[in-house]
Design a protein around this ligand. Structure first.
Ligand SMILES: Cc1cc2nc3c(=O)[nH]c(=O)nc-3n(C[C@H](O)[C@H](O)[C@H](O)COP(=O)(O)OP(=O)(O)OC[C@H]3O[C@@H](n4cnc5c(N)ncnc54)[C@H](O)[C@@H]3O)c2cc1C
Length: 477
């Protein structure tokens, strides 16, 4: 048998995703080269193998080698929350920052079709989309008047910058029923679980999407996703857990960004892990060594950790040894971006009007406060009516301006990434405020490492709130 190194692709244009997965699986027991294994396979043999080993014996990691690209169009942004609720997958979706929505680009959930509430539901959404279009009409000239042209900036670049600024504000009015497109790349193992979650959703739209995804995926993966069924215990868990819920909190105020848990010794744990990686002592010895360092030596070690790290370099994995949990309140527009950070653990509550809505300053400056407030009130009232007879469906009506609670846990490495990306100048001001708030909490407890977060010193969560918002928790009910 030849022993020359060979590196080559197994091309999805020649082999099905399932055959590629089986080819890789077979290398575990077969000494033959991959291309020869693949040449001996056909759809039937691959399916038989998958059925026995992957499905039957639970060797599920093999299914990770079968990758699909799925295009989902005209699904609600509410449904996208479930579709994108999988860590080990990739997504790109239609942006509320760079595109404008058609007046009828909203989903009517199947449960509501033909019900007595359908009329009011559609009227509310027509009103919200109408208000969104009117807001754009006034925000565009407001933005042009308030966006000075930069030196050397072309007319086109300036006009685009001004337009984005207007769209960034109008997006607060868009409801969760708004349709979006999302491109998804997933391996078969994640996909099977993603389908199970969709089939278990309380929303009929999501369950239907789950069935359709399963049917489309089965064309390429005849074996790997065919057993995806709803998760049986979820329904009971939801019901029983809701019975415990107390609902005594009032509107959030300065507690919108609470660091609810962190490792008090987190900085030392990270530094000790670095010594551990590049030395040969036990972890306890490294920890003792760091604990006994004077401030200068400790600072020198922190500096060394970041010395020469370029803008696009990823910080060392050892930053993962310190963890932080946050209880956050953010508007839905910010949450829609926040949820994309797959390395965090996130738990979000139902989208509704109870925590109030945000009122951007630009809305006032453009003279649009009254219609904006009226739209928020009408959406909240329609939510209450829909929820009373069809729980969970009211969320479709809720605009991006409304607040939502999100519990999240992340390590410092992920926080560095998140804060750098979401506190950058071109990030939306809503998520920039969230990123800032979290950075400030980390700075309080772990100042030596947090100083290495490269954030603009001129801005703070309070300055963003003052510069961009007239209100953060306006009551709609
Ligand atoms: C200016 C801007 C514009 C954007 N516009 C859009 C848009 O129009 N549409 C849209 O859908 N999104 C958009 N996004 C969101 C963006 O595409 C990311 O999905 C989002 O910021 C999450 O970032 P992340 O994937 O780096 O982070 P996380 O999910 O938090 O991941 C952290 C890091 O882990 C690594 N990682 C995680 N998962 C994988 C993986 N599967 N493969 C390889 N590495 C991985 C990467 O190093 C990643 O940076 C935009 C973001 C920015 C900043």
């Amino acid at each position: 048998m030849p022993h020359d190194r060979r590196i080559y692709r197994l091309s999805p244009s020649q082999l099905s995703a399932e055959t590629i997965a089986v080819t890789f699986a077979k290398t575990s027991r077969s000494p033959e080269p991959f291309d020869e294994i693949a040449a001996q396979l056909d759809a039937e043999k691959s399916s038989k193998f998958s059925e026995k080993w992957i499905v039957g014996y639970g060797h599920s990691s093999v299914a990770e080698h079968a990758v699909l690209h799925l295009a989902l169009e005209n699904v609600s942004r509410l449904a996208i929350e479930t579709i994108e609720g999988n860590r080990l997958a990739s997504y790109t979706e239609k942006s509320t920052r760079y595109q404008e929505w058609d007046p009828k680009a909203y989903v009517v959930p199947p449960e509501l079709k033909g019900s007595p509430l359908e009329g009011e539901y559609c009227q509310t959404l027509d009103m919200l989309f109408g208000t969104y279009a009117e807001a754009l009409e006034v925000l565009k000239p407001w933005s042009e008047a308030n966006t000075p042209r930069l030196e050397g900036e072309s007319e086109r670049a300036w006009a685009n910058r001004a337009r984005v600024k207007a769209v960034d504000v109008a997006r607060f009015i868009l409801p969760a029923a708004s349709m979006a497109n999302v491109g998804v790349t997933m391996n078969a193992r994640v996909l099977e679980y993603a389908i199970k979650k969709m089939l278990s959703s309380e929303l009929a739209e999501v369950r239907q999407i789950g069935e359709e995804v399963k049917a489309v995926a089965t064309q390429e993966l005849p074996t790997l996703v065919k057993y995806a069924q709803p998760i049986a215990h979820l329904e009971g868990l939801r019901e029983r857990s809701r019975a415990f819920s107390s609902r005594i909190d009032t509107l959030p105020n300065e507690e919108w960004c609470r660091l609810s848990k962190y490792d008090p010794d987190g900085e030392n744990e990270i530094l000790a892990a670095v010594l551990y990686r590049f030395g040969d002592d036990s972890y306890q010895v490294c920890l003792d060594q760091v604990a006994n360092m004077d401030e200068n030596a400790r600072q020198a070690l922190v500096d060394l950790l970041f010395d020469g790290v370029g803008e696009f370099d990823v910080p060392l994995r050892e930053l993962e040894y310190s963890n932080y949990a946050f209880d956050l309140v953010m508007d839905q527009g910010a949450y829609f971006e926040f949820k994309r950070h797959r390395m965090m653990s996130q738990t979000v509550q139902q989208l509704g009007p109870d925590l109030g809505y945000t009122l951007p300053k630009a809305i006032l400056e453009a003279g649009f406060e009254a219609p904006y407030r009226q739209a928020m009130r009408s959406a909240a009232e329609a939510f209450v009516k829909v929820e009373a007879s069809m729980p969970q469906l009211g969320s479709y009506l809720i605009p991006n301006a409304f607040n939502r609670r999100v519990l999240c846990q992340a390590n410092l490495r992920e926080l560095f990434h998140f804060i750098k990306l979401r506190c950058s100048e071109n990030a939306h001001f809503s998520i920039r405020r969230v990123g800032r708030g979290m950075a400030e909490k980390v700075q309080e407890v772990h100042p030596a490492l947090a100083r290495k977060l490269r954030v603009d010193e001129k801005e703070s969560s309070a300055s963003i709130a003052a510069d961009f918002f007239e209100g953060l928790t306006e009551s709609a009910l």
